[in-house]
Design a protein around this ligand. Sequence first.
Ligand SMILES: C[S@@+](CC[C@H](N)C(=O)[O-])C[C@H]1O[C@@H](n2cnc3c(N)ncnc32)[C@H](O)[C@@H]1O
Ligand code: SF4
Length: 396
Amino acid sequence: MFRFSGPPPLSLYIHFPWCVRKCPYCDFNSHALKTELPEHAYVDALLADLEQELPDVWGRTVQTVFMGGGTPSLFSAAAIDRLLSGVRARVPLSPDAEITLEANPGTLEQGKFAGYRAAGVNRLSIGVQSFNDEQLRALGRIHDAAEAWQALLAARAAGFDNLNLDLMFGLPNQSVDAAIDDLCTAIELRPEHLSWYQLTLEPNTLFHAQPPPLPSDDEKWAMQESGQSRLAVQGYTQYEVSAYARDGRRCRHNLNYWRFGDYIGIGAGAHGKLTDAAQGVIRRRWKKRHPRDYLASAGSDDRVEGQRQLDADTAVFEFALNRLRLREGFTPADFNAVCGLVPARITPLLERAVSEGLLTLDDDRFRHTPHGWRFLDNLIERFLAEENRHARGHAD
Ligand SMILES: C[S@@+](CC[C@H](N)C(=O)[O-])C[C@H]1O[C@@H](n2cnc3c(N)ncnc32)[C@H](O)[C@@H]1O
Ligand code: SF4
């Protein structure tokens, strides 16, 4: 059904499912650590997991590695070193691979960053969230603003020249000025990359069950408008909904997700997406979510919680869902390369979006208009199967 000239670029995602405690807004697969960290057993389980994935990626080179969580920085530098050595022994890693680790400023004892750097990590993503101590307490964070600063300085001292800071806005009781102050502090620290997220109330979180008083929509809009212009003036280009980077410092790993590239996912609850170009299929596979179940099934097929093959409608929608988050837009050839489908499948829909002022078409590249960017959800929904069929029906 799908025809590929070859598989897309390949990444590796490694999930670490533990945190010191659970933040009240977070719905990631993260569990408060109640016993000692089973560091050794977990690295063994990850490497066994990777080994079992190998037949599906034979001969392919991994371009980026992302260790995310949860809190990977709970793990010692020695454990990360053993893990990355094990990865290198099992899959070809590109010599210029981007290797990111997510770090929580409350988990960084002296010397840890230098150890990560020596293990081969070349990009750190530091979860700051806010530089306001009162706000950090309201968010249930385990660190204060001074520790966040310290983390950044320690990362620089350890030789990291590629840093991301995670910051959120639209926080409980936050004024527009306070949100912009936070952002300006982050910019002063000159990270290469900033992920600036609007706080969302996710189902199955404490904040969802007991919502804190949040800024109004108008205030959140004002934060976003003012923040974006400050970021732009300071040389941070927005390239995705929440991602801003200095020149040449976009996150290659996340770019590969958003461009609908391939990735192996190992670790508790990790998702993977792999293209089998010869068979003409795209598969998603996900692992047991609870760390206890994941560890118990290490080395066996039971570690896989589920697997499915994408049909064409789903591939089209997932492509749009990811690719339209990127400001760079895309060409019909980009669509064909990663979806293995003829561009005619989506051109009627794209042309309609152009005629309605949501997209532009220049040099064969579809990009958002400011209006299309503002109503991104509406644009993406059009790619849901029904809409897609409807649009094709009109074209026939
Ligand atoms: C998986 S967390 C990893 C970072 C690390 N565990 C930490 O918190 O320091 C990735 C980022 O997602 C963001 N995030 C988590 N929950 C969110 C929510 N409900 N709304 C907006 N951003 C959120 C936070 O900025 C967080 O740093
Ligand atoms: S935001 Fe980070 S530290 Fe907090 S629970 Fe989620 S993954 Fe853990």
